[in-house]
Design a protein. Structure first.
Length: 298
């Protein structure tokens, strides 16, 4: 489905994929005792496939597809000649140079306007050639449109509200995600990104369980050590005085970053080893065993 939805897939490749899907559906229907003529294709694919199969003049599926979407194909060929994707690297260079010194500030401001104009032009050309409905059927196009709208909003907001901030740095970081458009032209990188996204779906339940584990132990840490991390040298950064601090402290323990120091501070806060505080080390050991060794290992 992903390959069929890509704009770079040629008509011949689409025909081979659709033919393979038809053969698979026929074999599956034969095993289930259903009508072999039933196929799981969308209306346009099925119609074009039947026309190409029964065309008296020998026109192929690709020729019919190009005839019906001549404007779309022409726009795509123009886009391939322009290769606007080549501007992503210098655009990211400009974004990073904007914080170097005041000498580059004027240059980077004008360069950002130029690159943004190129990206807006690319988006409008694709909308004109593909039409709005077909344009937004692609996930890459939706992502690109979102980034461009965010960039335009950043410029408009900064122009009318120079003395206030609306998370401009966040919107600037959002524009850096545009480099992922290169995956459309780099097949191996695109397959890697799709594999990562598909694997994320299977570990959502594990991520929810991990968050629930951190939440429970953060609340338990507030009950055991809340307000007790007060020492002569001062209060350490990792403490359980507030809910947010407790969440960050438990997460740091899970990563293994100075978790033994946090444990020693917890023992000291409860009277030390001689004062019975050693029993509180069980809390930190449980966080490491259950969280780091069981949840993270899966």
């Amino acid at each position: 489905e992903v390959i069929l939805a890509e704009d770079t897939t040629t008509a011949e490749e689409r025909l081979r994929i659709i033919s393979a899907r038809r053969r698979t559906e026929k074999q599956r229907a034969k095993k289930l005792g259903k009508d072999s003529g039933q196929i799981d294709l969308n209306f346009e694919e099925a119609e074009l496939y039947e026309e190409s199969k029964g065309n008296l003049f020998g026109q192929s599926y690709g020729e019919l597809l190009r005839r019906r979407k001549e404007r779309c194909q022409g726009c795509w060929r123009t886009e391939k000649r322009i290769r606007l994707v080549n501007f992503h690297a210098p655009n990211h260079f400009v974004l990073k140079c904007s914080d170097f010194s005041h000498f580059y500030s004027a240059f980077t401001d004008y360069a950002e306007f130029v690159f943004l104009g190129l990206f807006v032009t690319e988006m409008l050309l694709k909308m004109y050639g593909l039409k709005i409905r077909i344009y937004f059927e692609s996930t890459f196009n939706i992502f690109d449109c979102t980034v461009i709208i965010g960039s335009l909003f950043e410029i408009i907001w900064g122009f009318f509200h120079t003395d206030t901030s609306f998370g401009i740095s966040v919107l600037r970081a959002l524009r850096l995600l545009r480099i992922f458009k290169v995956t459309r032209y780099w097949a191996s990188l695109r397959n890697l990104v799709l594999s990562l996204l598909n694997s994320m779906r299977s570990i959502i339940s594990l991520l929810f369980l991990l968050f629930l584990f951190i939440l429970i132990f953060a609340l338990l840490g507030m009950q055991l050590f809340g307000g007790d991390f007060n020492f002569d040298e001062g209060r350490p950064t990792q403490n359980f005085d507030t809910f947010v601090k407790a969440l960050m402290t438990v997460f740091q323990i899970l990563t293994g970053e100075d978790w033994n120091t946090v444990m020693y501070n917890g023992i000291r806060a409860q009277g030390g080893v001689s004062g019975g505080g050693g029993i509180y080390a069980i809390y930190f050991v449980l966080v490491m065993l259950v969280g780091n060794c069981i949840l993270f290992s899966h």
